[in-house]
Design a protein around this ligand. Sequence first.
Ligand code: FE2
Ligand code: FE2
Length: 294
Amino acid sequence: METLHDTFVHIADIHFWRVVLNPLRLLNKRFWGNLTVALRRRREFVLERAESYTDAVAATGARAVVLTGDFASTSTDDEFRMAVRFVEGLRARDLSVHLMPGNHDVYTYRAYRTRRFDHFFKPFLPEQGYPALTALPGGTPLLLIPSVVPRHFSARGLIARKQIDEAAELLEQCGDRVVVAAHYPVLHETHGYHSNPFRRLENAEVLRDALGRPGKEILYVCGHVHRFSCERDERYPKVQHLSTGAFLRTFHEQGTEGEFCRINVTDAGFDIVRHVYRNGWIEEPVTPRNQTGA
Ligand SMILES: [Fe+2]
Ligand SMILES: [Fe+2]
């Protein structure tokens, strides 16, 4: 009989949005972001789902939630207010909350400079900043990795060498089984997605080596690509990469209307179930595939 240590849910890319009507607030990159919201995001990211989907998360029996960023679309106060209300809703359902920003949460230089995300999410942020080592309620170590910077013309992420070194030091302090969470994937191509070079994480390979080399059993959870994928690292077979699709998103080609993943951490390892909405919640047990396109 396997011993269950932790059960947690991974939520990615909620993308709360609101179309900005004041032209003075559109004098930058936000102009384009706002256009995307107006044309596409409002049909795909159905915010009315948030409340009932939160109930579905709570109904899994998980005790913790890990959110890997992109709470907002263009980093406006209105979007952050909705996002914080959502996260408070998770906490009100007795879930412990762990989170980090995505690139859409530092969408403009101004939002980044004024630390707008930090201001809204203060009660949920690690005191020491990122990277941060914390733990799930049952004691499983959880390493939160920073990977976002504002960009003028791309959606590229960045983790600095110094931050990778800090993350490696924190990893050393952990036992043999660790959950690592970041906004960006470290794999650029899997069975589930192929990421455009303008949307990738800079220094991803360095981070991949830093995580894989110590030989620990790692579940790396991320979002950003808005696609589900679970693969075992070809170079470091003890590392599994899980990217969860966007929480509220209607994905016409796949006939889905949102998803999240539930993970059990047991003596035997990580046990992943994808919860996906197809005319109702369906639970799909996940077997990690062998990596492609390495
Ligand atoms: Fe996203
Ligand atoms: Fe993103």
